[in-house]
Design a protein around this ligand. Structure first.
Ligand code: KG4
Ligand code: ZN
Length: 363
């Protein structure tokens, strides 16, 4: 069972996998995500106290619903027997939200006598790429999982990190390397903050993307270079997104009647461009067998398409992996998948939430 409550999603999933055949990936057998995004849309962004209160309301019903989907028509005690371990996101995230999942997982671990596996939320985003089957949506990836060495780009609301993985996280810290990341705002944050400037609803990524798609359906995407692409040609693998806010703010002030769909397409293209170009540069240098895209921003259809096109154009033998859109954003399924491949058990007494956990912090 995977439990995820680090922000505004209360998410629980049950997965199954064969520990003797790790190359097949894992199957999701029950997955529920309750989101309080509508509440945060009213305030134009997340108020942590509101998010935590919604976590408390949702956590038990979401656990019970996920179990009923995974194990229908059997008693509660029979359902509990089927669970091997409980995994929970213990950071990074909002402390009030995180603690709801962490304390619930600790209590269930004690009550049900199940081992507990604390999971780094950012690592879980990467492991969404090991979900190869979903019984609820009839989705199947033919057991295709990433191969090592793999280069993973995590693009979420709070993080933008490029990681070189030679093995699973469990095996050796020396085989996982941080290659680069953002100097300021995260890619998702750039979507969220520019959406707010354009008065588009929270969360900004899907809003900008929907507006941009309206524009792209009518127009070619070739000339979308209104906004700057900071440090795109620098020799490192870093990004900087904070200047985009200022550029969009200035543009809006100078063009009061600017078309929102067109401006959204320009914003999206500026973010996609720098993410793709820096990643392609890293792929050329490190020559990974697989490139992994992950995190909420990976749900962006334009980003997914441009990655596929650019990877084809460089004609390298790097295969491309991106989760089903619903497993790009926060889910209990990715927490459980990360735990399946990295079963680092910890006593419930020694487990707590760590709001500022880094991707290569405790994993
Ligand atoms: O991974 P995630 O669900 O939560 C965090 O760990 O932060 O990512 C949320 C971020 C938000 O910034 C949201 O605007 C962005 O992912 N996002 C998108 C899309 N869907 C979610 N950004 C661009 N296009 C999307 N379709
Ligand atoms: Zn996330």
């Amino acid at each position: 069972m995977g439990i995820e409550t680090s922000c505004d999603e209360t998410a629980v999933a049950l997965i199954e996998g064969n520990t003797k055949d790790l190359k097949r990936g894992v199957t999701v057998i029950g997955n529920i995500v309750a989101t309080s995004a509508d509440l945060h849309a009213k305030t134009g962004g997340i108020i942590p106290e509101n998010a935590a209160r919604m976590q408390i309301k949702s956590i038990l019903p979401v656990i019970s619903e996920a179990m009923n989907i995974a194990f229908p028509n059997i008693s509660d005690s029979a359902q509990i027997k089927k669970i091997d371990a409980i995994a929970v996101a213990f950071g990074p995230g909002l402390i009030g939200s995180l603690l709801i999942g962490v304390e619930t997982a600790k209590t269930l671990s004690y009550l049900w006598n199940k081992p507990l596996i604390p999971v780094n939320h950012l690592v879980a985003h990467i492991y969404a790429n090991w979900i190869t089957k979903d019984k609820q949506s009839d989705f199947s990836k033919n057991n295709l999982v990433p191969k090592f060495p793999a280069l993973a780009l995590v693009v979420s609301g709070g993080h933008t990190d490029l990681i070189l993985m030679k093995k699973h996280f469990l095996n050796s810290k020396n085989d996982i390397e941080w290659i680069g990341g953002t100097c300021d705002d995260a890619a998702g944050e750039a979507f969220d903050k520019t959406a707010r400037i354009l008065d588009l609803p929270y969360p900004g990524g899907p809003s900008i993307s929907a507006e941009a798609n309206k524009y792209l359906e009518r127009n070619e995407s070739k000339h979308l270079n209104l906004f700057p692409r900071p440090i795109i040609n620098s020799s490192d693998y870093n990004w900087s997104f904070s200047g985009l806010k200022t550029a969009v703010m200035n543009y809006k002030r100078e063009h009061e009647t600017a078309n929102i769909s067109c401006t959204s397409a320009e914003i999206q293209e500026a973010i996609v461009d720098v993410l793709v170009e820096k990643s392609i540069k890293a792929i050329k240098e490190f020559r990974p067998k697989s490139f992994i895209l992950s995190g909420g921003v990976a749900a962006n259809s334009r980003l997914r398409r441009v990655f596929v096109q650019r990877l084809e154009s460089i004609k390298m033998k790097t295969d491309f992996h991106v989760p089903e859109p619903k497993y790009c954003t926060d889910s209990g399924a990715s927490i459980a998948a990360a735990a399946f491949y990295n079963p680092k058990f910890r006593r419930w007494q020694d487990t707590t939430g760590i709001p500022n956990l880094e991707i290569l912090g405790e994993t």
